[in-house]
Design a protein around this ligand. Structure first.
Ligand SMILES: Nc1ncnc2c1ncn2[C@@H]1O[C@H](COP(=O)(O)OP(=O)(O)OP(=O)(O)O)[C@@H](O)[C@H]1O
Ligand SMILES: [Mg+2]
Length: 298
């Protein structure tokens, strides 16, 4: 069942055409990630789905509601971590969780949330004394205080240290294990790779690719790159035809049959007593594909 369905979503801010016919849907229990450069339209899309911004046109259904109406029953079932939040900074961590919790009919206990996001040492600290990453963790706790069915996370881990990021990922994984649905935006490829069932890449207000992190942009079926330092490389007798050399002196072979080609190349090197320095065999990474997809038309 689709928890979110969006078709032909358009948003204009005066002259700025921020969303240009965006369509996608997210099923119950899925983690869906929007990836895209600054200004692509991610927050605009997410905030329209949350009921925080008005759309210019298009059809949007979230949990069976039109978020433009933003009824109480809708707000009660969604959790939001905005890209930027204004929380009253005189409050303590625990007070903020209690106040935010009082807006929902269901709620998770404050102590449990504080534990989940790793703020136990700061439970009674005023928000203004928290570090950037600690404040972001509190915002994550506030986003799930109402035990929501659907959680919107707009760049949830920006500013987190590596261990806090892992911890946040496990918070998201635990939500998914409970059957919740997550719509996430991120600039971190590893985050999308780790968390998302499906990814949509958005650039200039349009979705330019959509798929699993593994298949995005034809990654599954694209050529494998075999590379090594040329040294005094001599193409004479080299067993693979599709080889080229980069200006940095890296021999690069694009291969659709890497098992066979690596075997042939290493056999060739061993016969000649050559050590292939920095030998590497890799598929284009999600980041390679992403950069390709979002490169400005040049
Ligand atoms: N309130 C606003 N008024 C006018 N223009 C806006 C407003 N909010 C966003 N925009 C413009 O709409 C476009 C999309 O912005 P949006 O915040 O959705 O991007 P984003 O993908 O979330 O970027 P980032 O990765 O930097 O968070 C940008 O060109 C931005 O300048
Ligand atoms: Mg944004």
């Amino acid at each position: 069942m689709a928890v979110i369905s969006v078709s032909n979503l358009e948003k204009h801010y005066g002259d700025v055409h921020a969303l240009r016919g965006v369509s996608f849907s997210v099923d119950k229990g899925e983690v869906f990630a929007l990836l895209g450069p600054n200004g692509a339209g991610k927050s605009t899309a997410v905030e329209i789905l949350e009921g925080h911004r008005r759309r210019s046109s298009g059809n949007v259904s979230v949990l069976g509601f039109d978020p433009g109406d933003s009824p109480r029953a809708f707000r009660d079932q969604i959790g939001i971590v905005l890209q930027e939040t204004a929380i009253e900074t005189e409050l303590t961590v625990k007070e903020a969780i209690d106040i935010y919790g009082s807006m929902y009919s269901k709620r998770r206990p404050a102590a449990e949330l504080i534990e989940i996001v790793g703020l136990h040492e700061k439970a009674d600290a005023r928000i203004k004394t928290l570090s950037g990453g600690q404040k972001r963790r509190l915002e994550l706790a506030l986003g799930i205080v109402g035990d929501p069915e659907l959680i919107f996370l707009d760049e949830p881990t920006t500013g987190f240290d590596p261990s806090a990021r892992r911890q946040a990922w496990s918070v998201v994984e635990n939500l998914v294990a409970l059957g919740k649905t997550v719509l996430l935006t991120t600039h971190y490829m590893d985050e999308a790779q780790h968390l998302a069932d499906r990814v949509a890449v958005i650039a200039n207000g349009e979705i330019v690719a959509e798929g699993t992190p593994e298949s995005l942009g034809g990654r599954e079926t694209s050529a494998t790159l075999i590379t090594f330092q040329a040294g005094d490389f001599d193409a004479d007798g080299f067993p693979v035809s599709d080889a080229s050399m980069t200006p940095e002196g890296l021999v690069t072979v694009r291969s659709m049959t890497p098992t066979r080609d690596v075997y042939a190349i290493s056999g060739w090197a061993v016969e000649r007593g050559i050590e292939l320095v920095d030998l590497n065999v890799a598929r284009p990474s999600l980041e390679d594909v992403y950069l390709d997809l979002t490169r400005d038309g040049d």
